[in-house]
Design a protein around this ligand. Structure first.
Ligand code: HEM
Length: 518
């Protein structure tokens, strides 16, 4: 070997450079995967953050995977079905267990990423106050993982970029603009209900409501975001759903070094679909820009953005915002409606109350946007559903510098995991009836009587509160009004109540509902 290297000085030099580069790569990996996490763990420990002991390289992922979501007993008697809504330990058993051991604020690890778990609204309100609030970004580990879904859309951007995006996008969600979307929502919902009527007439009154509503909500969000018309639109919708499936219907190890290689097939598939979606959306945007010059109007979010934007967004940013609207607004709204149908199906008295209100406020005429605000009891029901079954069951942040909260230092780079389900089901915040379906708790109280205002946060908190909440409320009220005006619903005996966490909070086995025309 030495003779070979002496004879070939070039190879000798190359070998040396290769060894140095390889050593540097190993050193960087060692620093990133071992030294920094160990240092972070030590610092967090010194600041009083304890938690379940992590192992390398999975952190606490194995403990989390071991504790599987359980099935809740559904009491089925002749007259009624009783369902237990105490779901925290069902959907998130690891957090319920660790909370008992370490309290409402503790540290756990996703791979080599430390997460401070927070289920204490007091802690949350201190950490998100004023200047402190600006010190938080979105976890890099999720930005990378969800890049094909959100890119640099509003959900993921931070700092000055976030201010710019939010400023440009906010007017698109104004009441005037939302009003123009009513027809699209009524049209898609009526098509679904007409299909139901045909199926019931053919002798099959049972529907998987999760499927039904997700399909219709997907169509609505695609129409209201970027106009789903034509082949391009339908293809985008299909690809968007396939990408979400590729990313989240698999066993992935977020936070574990090289986990992308472990889930190579899914990652590749998501990237391929992402590329196709980007190309399709780009062609829709180019076409829209052309038709805008010709004075054509489009009453969807993209149309409104293009009109207001006047070149402030690049084409890539517009593509990312369209994807963001779809992913942030599609399943969340669909699941709010799905859980509502489950709860109303087991509470026929509330079906009747809401139906009366619809008769009084809307009557037999066509739904008008301005009348939706008058559906007050429906708003209570919506809030109560979002409390018991929040479609966005957590929020995450990452410290962009060393931050002190209540005298405890959270080191730069530490992630925060806010457990919304835990806070929404905490008897100390809501009282002994916390797990009962009681929409009237929101009568005259936007926080439903919660002892701490931060304890109820279905749409997030602070400046990053959901930008689509008015759109969602409008869609929710339109779909529910149309459903309850034509049908009454009950839960099928085949329903298994087992809410599970998969990005959103969803039924594990669908939601079979029996539908009867009124
Ligand atoms: C029931 C329905 C919905 C729920 C429960 C929901 C929930 C949330 C939550 C919790 C956040 C804050 C996330 C965080 O702090 O990290 C958020 C942000 C966001 N939501 Fe929604 N959302 C819903 C519907 C929608 C709809 C219909 C759209 C758009 C069409 C939308 C678009 C967004 C966007 C763009 C953000 C990021 C806002 C920002 O960071 O400035 N959401 N949503």
């Amino acid at each position: 070997m030495d003779q070979f290297l002496d004879a070939f000085p070039f190879w000798y030099m190359f070998f040396n450079v290769f060894v140095v580069v390889l050593s540097l790569v190993f050193l960087k990996l060692f620093l990133h995967c071992w030294i920094l996490p160990v240092r972070a763990q030590k610092k967090l420990g010194e600041n009083g953050f304890s938690g379940p002991p992590p192992s390398f390289p999975l952190g606490n992922l194995n403990d989390m995977k071991k504790l599987k979501p359980a099935l809740v007993m559904v009491e089925n008697s002749k007259s009624s079905i009783k369902i237990n809504h105490d779901i925290h330990s069902i959907a998130l058993p690891h957090f319920a267990l660790w909370q008992q051991q370490y309290g409402k604020v503790f540290v756990y690890w996703l791979g080599i990423e430390p997460f401070v778990y927070v289920a204490d609204p007091e802690f949350l309100s201190v950490m998100s106050k004023g200047v402190l609030g600006k010190s938080w970004g979105k976890p890099n580990v999720f930005k990378k993982d969800r890049e094909p879904m959100f890119g640099t859309g509003l959900v993921m951007v931070e700092g000055d970029d976030w201010t710019r995006h939010r400023h440009i996008i906010t007017p698109a969600f104004s009441h005037v603009n939302l009003k123009a979307m009513k027809t699209m929502m009524v049209e898609s919902t009526t098509n679904m209900l007409d299909r139901w009527a045909i199926q019931i007439n053919s002798g099959n009154p049972e529907f998987d409501m999760e499927n039904e509503i997700i399909g219709t909500a997907g169509e609505i969000i695609a129409k209201t975001s970027f106009g789903v018309k034509g082949e391009n639109g339908t293809q985008v919708l299909k690809n968007l759903r396939a990408m979400q499936f590729a990313l989240f219907n698999s066993n992935r190890y977020v936070g574990v070094p090289f986990s992308n290689i472990l889930a190579f097939k899914q990652t590749l598939r998501a990237r391929e679909l992402g590329k196709e979606i980007d190309d399709l959306l780009l062609s829709i945007i180019t076409e829209r820009k052309r038709s805008l010059v010709e004075g054509e109007d489009h009453h969807d979010l993209l149309g409104m953005l293009l009109k207001a934007d006047k070149g402030k967004f690049t084409a890539t940013e517009l593509v990312d915002e369209c994807k963001t609207f779809f992913f942030a607004g599609h399943e969340t709204t669909a699941l709010a409606l799905t859980w509502t149908l489950m709860l109303l199906a087991i509470h026929p008295e509330w079906q009747e109350t809401i139906r009366d209100e619809i008769r009084q406020v809307i009557g037999d005429s066509e739904i008008e946007y301005n009348k939706l605000a008058g559906l007050k009891k429906m708003s209570w029901v919506m809030n109560e559903v979002l409390r018991l079954y929040p479609p966005a069951p957590n929020a995450q942040r990452q410290a962009r510098k060393n931050i002190e909260v209540n005298g405890r230092l959270i080191p730069n780079g530490t992630n925060i995991w806010i457990d919304v389900v835990a806070m929404h089901h905490d008897p100390k915040l809501w009282g002994d009836d916390v797990n009962e379906f009681k929409p009237e708790r929101f009568d005259g109280d936007l926080h439903g009587g919660c002892k701490n205002k931060m304890g109820f946060m279905p749409f997030g908190f602070g400046g990053r509160m959901c930008i689509g909440r008015n759109l969602t409320t409008m869609e929710y009220k339109i779909v529910l009004s149309l459903v309850l005006s034509r049908f009454e619903i009950s839960v099928s005996p085949g329903y298994h109540h087992s809410p599970k966490y998969m990005l959103s909070l969803r039924p594990s086995y669908g939601l079979p509902i029996v539908v009867r025309p009124l």
